[in-house]
Design a protein. Structure first.
Length: 202
């Protein structure tokens, strides 16, 4: 006649270990949910060099962008688009530290910003990470041609406005050419834009 083995402490521990392993194998694995995709668009038009925000509107935009990046969670990613005459993606879907470094290398420019094109560049970048909730944030003083219907972007978009001076004017283009008539003879043609509500004299 065989007798069942005695339930010793060692045997009990082995049974508990086997049970725990079997439970772990049969349970679904929990994975962290993907974070957000924050797409920052910085207006780099000439009017963003105005000094009604210190030291300039563009620098104030950089400050706000840095504050927003500092609030990102470890699972979030960020994209930065510089909205100048030719929109440019600076970094795409990177962690906050990389995005902060990229902001430090950005500078304001001249001319008008191609904002509509920049917004569609931003939306294209946002849609590349299909598993993340994306948002476009635009830092601007509003000195651009009406971009039209933004519903076509397909991404939640909001504008962070800068500038305290309502008399918002900018040099949108400047060209210099040599003229006949002797050395050093040149002519310059500048185009100015007045984005204020009232006429301005320059």
């Amino acid at each position: 006649m065989r007798y069942p083995p005695k339930l010793t402490l060692l045997l009990l521990l082995q049974i508990l270990a086997i049970t725990a392993a079997a439970f772990a194998l049969s349970s679904p694995r929990l994975t962290a949910a993907p974070g957000r995709h924050l797409v920052l668009v910085l207006d780099a038009s000439g009017s963003m060099l105005a000094t009604d925000e210190q030291p300039t509107r563009f620098d104030a935009a950089l400050g706000r962008a840095r504050a927003m990046l500092a609030l990102m969670s470890p699972t979030d990613v960020a994209t930065i688009v510089r909205a100048g005459p030719r929109p440019r993606t600076v970094v795409s879907a990177v962690e906050s530290g990389v995005a902060l470094t990229a902001l430090g290398n950005l500078h304001g420019g001249g001319g008008a910003s191609a904002m509509r094109e920049a917004l569609f560049v931003a939306s294209d970048q946002a849609r590349r990470t299909t598993d993340r909730a994306a948002e476009i944030v635009v830092f601007t003083d509003g000195s651009f041609v009406d971009p039209g219907d933004l519903l076509a972007l397909g991404v939640a978009t909001r504008f962070e406005m800068l500038g305290r001076d309502a008399a918002n004017r900018a040099v949108t283009s400047l060209s210099v050419a040599r003229q006949p008539g002797g050395p050093g003879t040149q002519s310059a043609v500048a185009r100015l834009a007045n984005y204020a509500d009232l006429p301005a004299r320059v």
